[in-house]
Design a protein around this ligand. Structure first.
Ligand SMILES: [Zn+2]
Length: 433
């Protein structure tokens, strides 16, 4: 490959830019996303105030509250730095024709379209993962450690890295090969068949995740007999909720942060509590948290989310079908040979603002559902006060941001800010009295 000096590169960039509308659109999308997220982060930093919200009197002292804000500042600044580097590398890679270069390398293997496509996809996935590794090491072993969260040993970190890479290679590679085969073999309605196949795989994976995928990373043990289990079962029975299992997960293997979640569906559904959550909360607080998770189930938040995601992916595959082998798009990325696999990658750039918009709408819906699940839990368990103290402890233990900027909440928060949740549950509990 010939050496180019920076002036020649800049000249080439100007020529390419002036020739191709797709390149302008793609670069504009990348820069817009970067500016939007950076603005949100900067506003969020500005919203930090040293005054402890009165609801948290007795939960936070001035020193610990200052620590939570220092944590927010440090993680946000680090995020800004990583995002700037990623954006610059991505723009640079596009402008010098990196996609075309990698394509020429995988093509030189001289194999068929599906094999070449899977090699291309695996190469890109590997490059992204390896380049992200130093950032992830710094975040885990420097920042999280400094604030007392990190419990990941280097051994766990390395094992996690290879397990996720392997999973991504096997699952990602197989699904990508299937999609390429369908688009290559099934003609005009291939996008619809693709959607059907990918949707079936997604649902299957969601079903088997609690048995097959999640145990690769964590240990799940059924909750032991005792006061907590009795209290949960009593509550579940009162709600006519058929228990499929409440499990304790060894979250402490990686971090002292705590959480609870719902996973699987149908026969595989289960509620998971982090061991760190069980350690630090009372039985009533834990029952209130479980009641919230059951609320999601009872209010059918999970099946409706699955249906929305199926409709959205159908729309995405339809658009993808329209964008295959678009010469202008290939020129923008300086890719010589048309191919379906490359079309999928390049389409991803055009689709990213749509997926960003969908993400924002989804988080609006999710925040509404969180309020509904809280209200359900407070009403049916009668444990509104415990729920409030549970939420407060959770925020303090995780050093959560109590006063996020509304723009950041709008853009990224899947859960309402904790103060809003506490106030809503408080109103609910007051009504019940
Ligand atoms: Zn929830």
């Amino acid at each position: 490959m010939c050496k180019k000096n920076s002036f020649a590169l800049l000249g080439e960039f100007v020529i390419v830019l002036s020739m191709n509308i797709y390149l302008i659109i793609v670069l504009a999308i990348i820069v817009f996303r970067y500016l939007l997220e950076t603005t949100s982060d900067l506003l969020n930093l500005k919203a930090v105030s040293p005054d402890i919200p009165k609801e948290f009197d007795g939960y936070y002292d001035a020193e610990k509250y200052a620590k939570s804000q220092a944590y927010l500042r440090e993680t946000t600044r680090w995020g800004l730095f990583v995002d700037a580097i990623n954006t610059l590398v991505l723009i640079g890679f596009i402008v010098v024709g990196g996609f075309g270069m990698v394509d020429n390398i995988v093509r030189s293997l001289g194999r068929g379209e599906i094999f070449t496509g899977v090699c291309f996809a695996l190469f890109v996935m590997l490059a992204v993962t390896v380049l992200g590794l130093p950032f992830s090491i710094y975040s885990t072993f420097v920042i999280e450690k400094k604030y007392g969260f990190n419990r990941t040993t280097p051994k766990t970190f390395i094992a996690d890295f290879f397990k996720s890479l392997l999973l991504m290679f096997i699952l990602g590679g197989a699904v990508f090969a299937l999609v390429l085969w369908i688009f290559g073999a099934l003609g005009d309605l291939a996008w619809l068949y693709c959607w059907g196949a990918v949707a079936a795989i997604q649902i299957f994976l969601m079903f088997i995740a609690p048995y097959v995928i999640m145990p690769l990373f964590n240990k799940f043990t059924p909750l032991e007999d005792g006061e907590l289990r009795d209290a949960i079962e009593k509550y579940a029975e009162s709600q006519g909720f058929k228990m499929k299992g409440v499990y304790c997960m060894d979250g402490s293997k990686r971090s002292s942060k705590s959480n609870a979640f719902f996973t699987g569906f149908g026969k595989s559904r289960r509620i998971v509590l982090y061991d760190t959550l069980i350690e630090n909360h009372s039985v009533d607080e834990l029952v209130a948290i479980i009641a919230h998770e059951m609320g999601h189930y009872k209010l059918k938040h999970i099946p409706t989310a699955i249906i929305r995601s199926l409709v959205i992916s159908c729309f995405m595959f339809f658009l993808l079908g329209l964008c295959l082998n678009n010469k202008g798009l290939f020129d923008a990325f300086q890719v010589e040979h048309l191919s379906i696999y490359m079309s999928l990658f390049l389409f991803g750039f055009l689709y990213s603002p749509v997926s960003m918009l969908i993400g924002i709408i989804e988080s609006v819906i999710s925040r509404k559902h969180e309020f509904e699940a809280d209200a359900y839990a407070a009403k049916t368990s009668g444990l509104g006060e415990s729920m409030i103290s549970g939420l407060k402890k959770l925020s303090v233990d995780n050093l959560s941001n109590l006063t996020p900027h509304p723009f950041t909440v709008f853009l990224t928060y899947s859960h309402p800010p904790v103060l809003q949740r506490i106030r809503a549950v408080g109103d609910e509990a007051a009504l019940a009295r």
